[in-house]
Design a protein around this ligand. Structure first.
Ligand SMILES: [Mn+2]
Length: 273
C-alpha cells in the first residue's frame, strides 16, 4: 500500500507527445512507483504485527485511555481484552464505547469474563438480575442511566461477540483459568470464567502454549509470571494499575485512574502465585 502523499505522477503533458512517447513516459512512471514502494518496505518490515493483551478493565475508562495513548495501535495489531470490562468501576458504558471504537484501529478480540456473563444472564432472565447487581452490576447500570433498557444495540452486539478464548501460535487467552487436559474449545465455563488461581498455578496446558489470564486480582499491581502462565488482572478498580502486555516482548505498559502511566519489565518467573 502506498501512503498518502505518494501520489502517482500525473500525465499532464501527454497531449503534446507521440503514442510512443506516452508509452515510454508511462513505463517510467511504473518504474518510479516501484522504487517508491520498495523504499517504503524497510519501514513496513520494522513494524511487525503485535499481539497485546489488556487485563480486567472493570469500568476504568481513564486508565484504559492512558494505556491506549501509550500503545499506539495500528491496523496490524491484535488487541485481546481479557474480559471483565464492566462492573465495579465508574464508567462501564464509556469503556464499551471506547472498545467498540477500536474496531476501526486494530483487530479487536474481546473475551467474555464472569461479569459479562452475569450481565448477559441478567438481561435474559429477570431472576438472574439480583446476582449481577450485587456483584458490581449496579455501577454498570448507573453508567447506562440506571436501566438495562438503555444499553444501546451496538453495545449489546459487542457483548454477544465476546468469545471464551483466543489463541495464537505460542499463547492462549482465557478469562480466569483453564483445565490443563481439556482442548481449548472444550474448557468448562465454571473454570474458564470463575475459578481463581490462589495457592498454586495450574499445570501447563496440554497444548504447550503459554496461558494468559485475568480474573484473580493482583493487589500489589504487578502481573504474576509462572512461566507457562501470566496473570494480568492488576487490580485497577481497587486503586492499582491496568496492564497491557505485548506477549512477544518482556515489556508491560501500565496506567491507573489518576492519569499516571509507566512501563515495567515482565516480573521474573515464580513457582507459586
Ligand atoms: Mn473475573
Amino acid at each position: 500500500m502506498v501512503e498518502e502523499g505518494w501520489e502517482h505522477p500525473k500525465h499532464g503533458d501527454d497531449a503534446g507527445r507521440s503514442p510512443r512517447g506516452i508509452a515510454a513516459a508511462r513505463r517510467m512512471d511504473r518504474g518510479l512507483n516501484t522504487k517508491i514502494v520498495s523504499s517504503l518496505q524497510p519501514t513496513l518490515t520494522h513494524m511487525p504485527a503485535r499481539t497485546i493483551a489488556i487485563g480486567d478493565i472493570h469500568g476504568c475508562l481513564a486508565a484504559l485511555d492512558g494505556l491506549l495513548d501509550q500503545i499506539e495501535l495500528t491496523g496490524d495489531d491484535t488487541l485481546v481484552v481479557m474480559g471483565d470490562m464492566i462492573d465495579r468501576g465508574p464508567d462501564s458504558a464509556g469503556v464499551i464505547e471506547r472498545l467498540v471504537g477500536l474496531v476501526a484501529d486494530c483487530r479487536l478480540v474481546p473475551l467474555v469474563g464472569n461479569h459479562e456473563r452475569m450481565m448477559l444472564d441478567a438481561i435474559r432472565q429477570r431472576s438472574s438480575e439480583r446476582f449481577w447487581l450485587q456483584n458490581g452490576g449496579q455501577a454498570t447500570l448507573a453508567s447506562y442511566g440506571g436501566s438495562a433498557s438503555r444499553i444501546p444495540p451496538h453495545h449489546r452486539m459487542f457483548f454477544q461477540h465476546c468469545q471464551l478464548y483466543y489463541e495464537t501460535a505460542r499463547h492462549f487467552f482465557i478469562h480466569a483459568n483453564y483445565h490443563p487436559y481439556f482442548e481449548l474449545p472444550d474448557q468448562p465455563q465454571d473454570i474458564a470464567l470463575w475459578q481463581h488461581i490462589d495457592a498454586t498455578f495450574p499445570p501447563p496446558h496440554q497444548s504447550g502454549k503459554t496461558a494468559v489470564v485475568g480474573h484473580t486480582p493482583q493487589t500489589d499491581g504487578l502481573p504474576r509470571n509462572g512461566g507457562h502462565i501470566v496473570m494480568l488482572d492488576t487490580f485497577c478498580y481497587g486503586g492499582q494499575w491496568l496492564t497491557a502486555w505485548d506477549v512477544d516482548s518482556d515489556v508491560l505498559w501500565q496506567a491507573n485512574n489518576s492519569g499516571q502511566v509507566r512501563t515495567t519489565p515482565l516480573p521474573p518467573e515464580i513457582d507459586e502465585p
